[in-house]
Design a protein around this ligand. Sequence first.
Ligand code: SAM
Length: 292
Amino acid sequence: MDVGGELFYAEHFAARAGLVTDVDEVLYDRRSPYQRITVLQTPAFGRMLLLDGAVMLTEWDEFIYHEMLVHPALFLLPQPRRVLVIGGGDGGTVREIVRHPSIERVDVVEIDAEVVTVAREFFPAISAAFEDSRVQLHFCDGAEFVARAEDASYDAVIVDSTDPVGIAASLFGEAFYEHCRRILVPEGVFAMQSESPLHPVFRQTLPTVHRLLRRYYRYVSTCLAPIPTYPTGVWSFTVASSRWDPARDLQPEAAWQRYQRLEGKLRYYTPELHQAAFVLPVFVQELLSSAS
Ligand code: SAM
């Protein structure tokens, strides 16, 4: 928004409540066949990627989101080799996945090729892992891709999608979760961004996700992380498996040894933090009790 020559951006999650920041420059702002894609240069948060006006990432705090979406799931698996990412067109999720030396192949299924083009141009450090030889990009609907994929062909499925509306609505539905379970190996792990437990509208996503995932997995657990530039500043990630209990089965010693062998350095996730992040506050426990 431009008021008196002063550029600023605002995202509200309730009446006039939310995030506001000055904007130095609008670097990109165009509609793709699927959504409006905007890149802002800001003094407080660095570069920001917006889709349909909503914050997808900022250079200032994206590491928290991407590390907490990926590592709680992959550290549960002794040797993750084949991973499927649904969404994830900015590249931050695949960047975290390829840090694990055991990774042999990552399929990234992004509906909007222009998000990847914009990420490569304006967020080269975040999207660099798209050039990794183990990474295969597919431009199609994630719900259609999983419906066509072969049984037991992945060790982990990670869903890095936009909110449960519009083009991403199908990624929060039972048919999608059923196919994701089918294409995972029996001891595989499913992980997804599950919205904010404080958001006036999207907070109901969490109990719905638990209710549906419990039909396919023995263990379904949620962890929280602070993401200041996301609506309400608190975000949730839900991890499910029929073999591994995300909140209890992390082997700290083995995890620390693997942590030391990761490519590059993490800035948020540690094996200790993993265990703490699955300990939920009362209001989230109460929200989840409405899932049963
Ligand atoms: N971190 C962000 C968040 O939590 O809102 C998500 C970032 S990532 C850029 C989300 C990606 O999901 C977008 O690039 C969007 O185009 C993609 N997406 C949305 N619906 C999709 C679908 N049905 N199949 C595949 N990708 C989809």
